[in-house]
Design a protein around this ligand. Structure first.
Ligand code: ZN
Ligand code: ZN
Length: 163
């Protein structure tokens, strides 16, 4: 029971960690990498993809510690990794359409998409992903195309660039 509880707490706590990381690292000293995600897509990958690569080191370290000297960390290791997987599914697959996978029609997902669109429009709040409760004033009109980072959208852009 305790590992399940710790896993749930770790999953929930990760929303706070990702909010802080997005706001004060990615839009702070890590701006050099994150800028690529706010710019029009220019290829299959973005420099911003280096962030999840770095974060995955934390997950691997937790699993190594859990399977070694600190078995109490099994729950947190699974919770943190599950958060990363859900974040990638919601942000990269559902919101930015980077993989052509079917997306369930849920009001919760529509709310997340709308909130993240505000972030891309204004470059500020909301920084949260799975519980974007902090919202701020947003400049600019509705432009859902802004979020489309799919392969089709990329080739359309490169076609236009060649004309
Ligand atoms: Zn951002
Ligand atoms: Zn985004």
């Amino acid at each position: 029971m305790i590992p399940v509880l710790l896993g749930g707490v770790a999953f929930a706590a990760m929303e706070g960690v990702s909010y802080a990381g997005h706001r004060w690292v990615m839009h702070g000293p890590g701006r050099g990498w994150h800028r690529s995600h706010h710019a029009p897509p220019s290829g299959r990958f973005e420099r911003n993809d280096l962030f999840p690569v770095c974060f995955s080191v934390v997950g691997v370290a937790l699993f190594l510690l859990a399977s070694g000297p600190l078995p109490i960390l099994w729950g947190p290791a699974i919770g943190v990794t599950a958060y990363g997987a859900v974040y990638a599914l919601v942000h990269d697959v559902f919101i930015h359409r980077r993989l052509p996978l079917p997306v369930p029609r849920l009001r919760y997902l529509a709310w997340l998409r709308e909130a993240h669109l505000d972030h891309h429009r204004g470059g500020g709040e909301p920084y949260g992903m799975l519980l974007p409760l902090v919202r701020g004033p947003v400049a600019g009109g509705a432009d859902p195309v802004l979020l489309d980072r799919s392969a089709a959208r990329r080739s359309e852009r490169s076609m236009r660039a060649r004309l």
